[in-house]
Design a protein around this ligand. Structure first.
Ligand code: SF4
Ligand code: SF4
Ligand code: SF4
Length: 189
């Protein structure tokens, strides 16, 4: 059931539903009986599909979780970007590219229009513009793959960081042990 629900959610990972992403919302619909009318991105069409999958009543979108708006993609003003990379961390699909302290740009084709990158930008150089494409099921699946790939990269980065910290801490311990052995040897001379 969770897979079936996740499959019809738009996969923009915009978090308007109040969950960390589409899969988390799908999980909560099944496990916590969260209402099926919180995905503004998918709107009435997705609610209809969710009602069919869950057997629940088809209800209107809850306005507390946003409203249906036309698909937009983000654009970075090249004259203003300072290359701080704050936006990169927020992008669920890895659609923002650029080197530190250099101009960043959006891979429009990878952008889901979630707008999560807009708020953290310290110089307000990101704006949302009408999307040059329709949001299809194929795009949704690609976005989901990119999102999961990004989560995997973050998990691996964290594991490498923890391993490095553990190694450093054991190197520190070894150094301290050697110092105490040396001090003991000197004392015994
Ligand atoms: S697309 Fe819908 S289900 Fe997915 S995160 Fe956005 S609001 Fe939630
Ligand atoms: S570029 Fe911005 S709007 Fe597009 S997917 Fe990334 S965070 Fe969302
Ligand atoms: S947050 Fe704004 S200034 Fe920083 S890299 Fe992104 S677009 Fe450029």
């Amino acid at each position: 059931m969770i897979d079936a629900i996740d499959d019809v959610l738009p996969q923009t990972q915009c978090r308007q539903c109040g969950f960390e992403g589409c899969r988390a919302y799908a999980w909560s619909i099944v496990m916590d009986e969260t209402p099926i009318n919180r995905c503004a991105t998918g709107g009435a069409a997705v609610i209809k599909q969710l009602a069919a999958i869950t057997g629940r009543e088809e209800i209107p979108l809850d306005p507390e979780y946003g409203e249906e708006v036309p698909l937009a993609v983000s654009f970075i003003n090249p004259d203003l970007c300072i290359g701080c990379r704050k936006c990169v961390a927020y992008c669920p699909t890895g659609a923002i590219v650029g080197a530190p302290k250099r101009l960043h740009a959006v891979l429009t084709d990878w952008c889901t229009g979630c707008a999560l990158c807009v708020i953290p930008c310290p110089v307000d150089c990101i704006e949302m513009r009408p999307a040059p494409f329709q949001w299809t099921r194929e795009r949704a699946h690609q976005a989901r793959e990119r999102y999961h790939a990004k989560l995997e990269r973050e998990k691996n980065r964290e594991a490498r960081r923890n391993a490095r910290l553990a190694q450093e801490s054991s190197a520190e311990k070894k150094k301290a042990l050697l110092a105490s052995i040396l001090a003991q040897v000197k004392k015994n001379q």
